[in-house]
Design a protein around this ligand. Structure first.
Ligand code: GLN
Length: 482
């Protein structure tokens, strides 16, 4: 059997008995077995647990129960999402051997909706990076061209969806880590409004920025997954105490009468072929009845520098817990301090150490106000800039990334160039707003281009309606490059 590709279709077929969850799983496992040796999307494939879950779904269907919105849909999880009893490594040596004693809330919600967890995906170590090359376990390769990176940090999740290893994956997005790899791998990636999806059980990188979201092959699947994982969770103190917007039901409402602002600053930062695709996406919005105008939000230019103080500052604090006592790796030494130092020296990779040092410096006595404090003031400016834009526009449009997928090894030696990969995604995280990357044709090199839509907090409805219009336009354009 060739499984239908979208999660919506798969779940429907499994619910009405046209397909069995076990057969669907076996089809996906066969694709993983054939190709993941080369792609390396997974750190771990949880074959037996997946088969047990799929069998249980088939039994529920047979006994006439409603098996859930994601009945039998294989889902890949970024390896920073806690899974009870199943290794969760953050692609770091420091978590070697650690098995979380609990499930992340998103994992529980997926399971309750009938999803089948197929494995844990590779990522940049502790989600710090844009290429998956900072993984302690080696890079993931882009399924469209295995000499290229899949993006990062959720590169394993994006590659898994692009390679047909699972129709759905979850990633986390602190500065672009869902949207940037989605763009480079030609899949849909959505970062929800901060606080709409519980962070309970997401290993923290920068707690004021981290959000979990879906990577899928269609906008409707992203909406479906958001409907399942969103909503208040008392276990996360930053979870919004109100229902998350329900989005799947509004997808085909169109964008007639909306105003779409094309963000000047993002166009200036991108390659010509990526800009051309973005302009075509804007034309598609106009053809669907939206008013399209170009809009400048100069404050977004400050995003990268503010982010590289705030995110490392929070990371240096969050990562202090890996002391060789409570989690994973321990390198024994003569006393506790020496043990801490030895464990952290061996356990963390170069990029993580760089962030810890940057963050510690930004927070140190005498410098905190000049660096961390100043970055927080800039963050407020960015929020004000977006607020001004959203008084005129319902959504903003721009490229997701400045270029298509770059070659493995091209940027590892130059952290600043690597950081620039996220220049178009970071401002949204600083504002806490939702955004989505939608595949839109290809670049001059034939590789996928992603366009990005941004919306105000809790405007996922508007965001996804516009995303559906752009997705339809991309489909009618076929694979064309011009
Ligand atoms: N690439 C950015 C960084 O390295 C964003 C990472 C993320 O969103 N987790 O920090």
């Amino acid at each position: 059997m060739t499984p239908p590709r979208s999660a919506l279709d798969l779940a429907a077929a499994i619910r009405n008995g046209e397909a069995s969850a076990v057969e669907v799983l076996d089809d996906y496992l066969a694709v993983i077995d054939a190709h993941d040796g080369e792609i390396h999307a997974f750190n771990l494939v949880t074959r037996d647990a997946a088969r047990a879950q799929a069998t249980a779904i088939d039994q529920r269907v047979a006994s006439g129960e409603h098996p859930g919105l994601l009945a039998g849909v294989p889902v890949a999880l970024k390896d920073n999402l806690c899974t009870r009893g199943v290794p969760t490594t953050c692609s770091s040596r420091i978590l070697d051997g650690w098995r979380p004693p609990y499930d992340a809330t998103v994992v529980t919600r997926l399971r309750e909706a009938g999803a089948v967890m197929v494995g844990k995906t590779n990522m940049d170590e502790f989600a710090m990076g844009s290429s998956t090359e900072s993984s302690a376990f080696g890079p993931t390769r882009n399924p469209h061209d295995t000499s290229r990176v899949p993006g990062g940090s959720s590169g394993g999740s994006a590659a898994a969806v692009a390679a047909g290893f699972a129709p759905v994956a979850l990633g986390s997005d602190t500065g672009g880590s869902i949207r940037q790899p989605a763009a480079l791998c030609g899949v849909v990636g959505m970062k929800p409004t901060y606080g709409t999806v519980s962070r309970y059980g997401l290993v923290a990188f920068a707690s004021s920025l981290d959000q979990i979201g879906p990577l899928t092959t269609t906008v409707a699947d992203a909406a479906l997954v958001f409907d399942v994982i969103g909503g208040h969770d008392p276990a996360d103190s930053t979870s919004l105490d109100r229902p998350a917007p329900r989005v799947l039901s509004v997808l085909d409402e169109g964008i007639q009468g909306m105003t779409v602002g094309v963000l000047t600053e993002f166009l200036e930062d991108a390659d010509a072929d990526v800009v051309a695709r973005t302009r075509q996406a804007a034309e598609a919005c106009a053809a669907a009845g939206a008013r399209v105008e170009e809009i400048s939000v100069p404050e977004v230019r400050l995003g990268l520098s503010a982010y590289y103080l705030i995110a490392p500052a929070e990371a240096s604090s969050n990562l202090a817990r890996y002391d060789g006592v409570r989690f994973g790796l321990r390198v024994d030494a003569e006393d506790t301090t020496a043990m801490n130092t030895a464990t952290r020296s061996v356990g963390f990779g170069a990029e993580v150490k760089r962030r810890i040092m940057l963050g510690t410096y930004a927070l140190s006595a005498g410098y905190m106000d000049a660096y961390y404090g100043q970055a927080l003031r800039v963050r407020t400016k960015i929020i004000e800039g977006f607020a001004r834009a959203y008084r005129r526009c319902d959504v903003l449009l721009g490229p997701t990334t400045p270029s298509t997928a770059f070659s493995i090894g091209a940027k590892v030696g130059d952290p600043m160039t690597m950081y620039l990969s996220d220049v178009c995604t970071i401002p949204t995280n600083l504002a806490g707003h939702p955004a989505i990357s939608i595949p839109f044709g290809s670049g001059d090199d034939g590789l996928p281009v992603g366009v990005q839509l941004l919306a105000p907090a809790l405007a996922e409805n508007t965001l996804l309606r516009a995303a559906a219009v752009i997705e339809a336009a991309a489909a009618s354009m076929g694979g064309s490059r011009s």
